[in-house]
Design a protein around this ligand. Structure first.
Ligand SMILES: [Zn+2]
Length: 146
């Protein structure tokens, strides 16, 4: 399964509609009164990753759901108290304000995640370049005698 934090894809799931769209079908959506609905899961920051599994796009917490009565918000808080999305999760998107400190923190986290992805890509390329250069340089390097 894709690791959202590693791929830096969280920005595209910042808003509810994008997260909700990952739930084409959901195991509890036809159960009357189910609290663990695709709407509530998407509101709580999750995208669907498997038939009965979700992942938070902000903290990468994966959860498997087996009880339609589960409260996605509460489960998210219980399993990932440090999630950067929690402070704004209960505020409707229409009420988010650009100067809101909690929103600024989420955006900063998402930006950092995107930068981490870029840095990992460069690090991988540097490692490959270093290994190629190292094999050519070995004959010229001082031997490590002990
Ligand atoms: Zn989270």
């Amino acid at each position: 399964m894709a690791n959202i934090v590693d791929t830096g894809d969280a920005f595209k799931y910042l808003l509810f509609d994008a997260r909700r769209a990952t739930f084409k079908t959901w195991i509890f959506d036809k159960k009357a009164g189910a609290n663990c609905s695709s709407d509530n899961l998407a509101k709580a920051g999750f995208i669907k990753t498997d038939k009965d599994a979700t992942c938070c796009v902000f903290c990468d917490k994966e959860l498997v759901w087996d009880d339609p009565a589960d409260d996605p918000l509460k489960e998210h808080e219980d399993h990932s108290a440090g999630c950067p999305f929690l402070p704004i999760m209960r505020i409707p998107e229409q009420e988010w304000k650009a100067d809101d400190e909690a929103l600024a923190e989420v955006l900063a986290t998402l930006a950092a995640m995107a930068h981490i992805k870029t840095l990992r890509t460069y690090q991988g390329e540097c490692d490959i370049a270093y290994k190629k250069a190292e094999s050519k340089l070995i004959p010229y390097l001082p031997s490590e005698s002990k």
